[in-house]
Design a protein around this ligand. Structure first.
Ligand code: CAA
Length: 287
């Protein structure tokens, strides 16, 4: 199995930044790369905010936090970020053509032993593997939001992924103190999001048919089913824009009209109401 010392996370959004932080906290040398300098700055500030909270709650020591931040480098250069990497985790926008271009570029720049994983739950690794010359080293490694809190990570083998790559990925998940499950075959959405998708679809159906309000549907889930938050609060947390892109990809893949982003999702997306990250989604948030 490949020994992992250095991890590179590409894309410094909510998912990428926290994946990088979790890896640094576990003792790995980490590069967090993004082409957008401003996004890196936002990521750094947000991570300091989350970690400061943990320090003040006594969950982590100041020294541990300082060591983790010393291991975490924020860079715009992809070349620098992957030059000596052992494991790349891509967490950029959910667009196939953009991801394929990035995978080809990483393949050109990274050492030949490096594994390249995508955090995507809708774009399976076989759609990216042939953009590289190392298809057996490509897999999905799917985290949940917020990554600092959620324990599960799905490792997904594509038809081209080698056993060694999957084993290394499973081992890495354990080393960053998360719980892996290994999906032996690709299926869009994987396990957790397929189940969650069914819940969200039903919540939107009930809303669009004027059965109940956003607040009431969320209350049904929190107070009747004991979910930590309702489906609309969760959409605000994970990003209505992300949901829009995911459904768009599913629609393009299947041609199934039922997979298209629903009316309410499209409206919010077009209004720039993405949820917590824009201050407004199904709920409003103070910045
Ligand atoms: N980032 C990092 N940490 C966060 C956070 C965030 N955005 N939001 C909350 N937390 C931390 C808090 O700091 C707190 O930490 P401590 O336990 O150390 O104090 C902990 O989470 C609990 O937070 P709160 O007490 O403020 O609030 P809460 O009890 O409502 O918990 C929650 C917040 C953890 C997000 C909880 O509501 C929850 O578990 N929600 C469900 C999340 C979920 O279903 N995620 C899966 C989404 S699907 C997905 O991710 C798929 C995908 O493909 C992207």
């Amino acid at each position: 199995m490949t020994e992992i010392k250095q991890i590179t996370v590409v894309g410094s959004g909510v998912m990428g930044s926290q994946i990088a932080m979790v890896s640094a906290l576990a003792g790995f040398d980490v590069y967090l790369q993004d082409i957008n300098e401003e996004s890196l700055k936002v990521a750094e500030d947000s991570l300091h905010g989350h970690i400061n909270k943990r320090i003040s709650k006594g969950k982590i020591s100041l020294l541990e936090a300082e060591k983790a931040f010393a291991r975490l480098k924020f860079v715009t250069s992809l070349e620098k970020a992957v030059a000596e990497t052992d494991f790349v985790i891509e967490a950029i926008v959910e667009k196939l053509d953009v991801k394929r271009q990035l995978f080809a570029e990483i393949d050109r720049l990274a050492p030949s032993h490096a594994i390249i994983a995508t955090n995507s739950s809708t774009i399976v690794s076989s759609k990216l593997a042939d953009a590289t010359n190392r298809p057996e080293k490509i897999c999905n490694l799917h985290f949940f939001n917020p990554v600092l809190v959620m324990e599960l990570v799905e490792v997904v083998k594509g038809p081209q992924t080698s056993d060694e790559t999957a084993d290394t990925a499973v081992e890495l998940v354990k080393q960053i103190n998360k719980t892996p499950i290994l999906l032996k075959k690709e299926i869009s959405g994987f396990v957790a999001n397929r189940i969650l998708g069914a819940l969200i679809d039903e919540a939107i159906y009930l809303l669009e048919n004027d059965i109940a309000t956003v607040e009431e549907i969320d209350l049904a889930c929190t107070k009747a089913l004991n979910h930590p938050i309702g489906p609309f609060a969760l959409l605000d947390l994970t990003g209505i824009d992300v949901n829009y892109y995911i459904r768009q990809v599913l629609y393009e893949e299947t041609g199934d009209e039922n997979q298209k982003p629903q009316k309410v999702i499209t409206e919010k997306y077009l209004n720039g109401e993405y949820g917590r990250k824009t201050g407004k989604g199904f709920y409003s948030y103070n910045s």
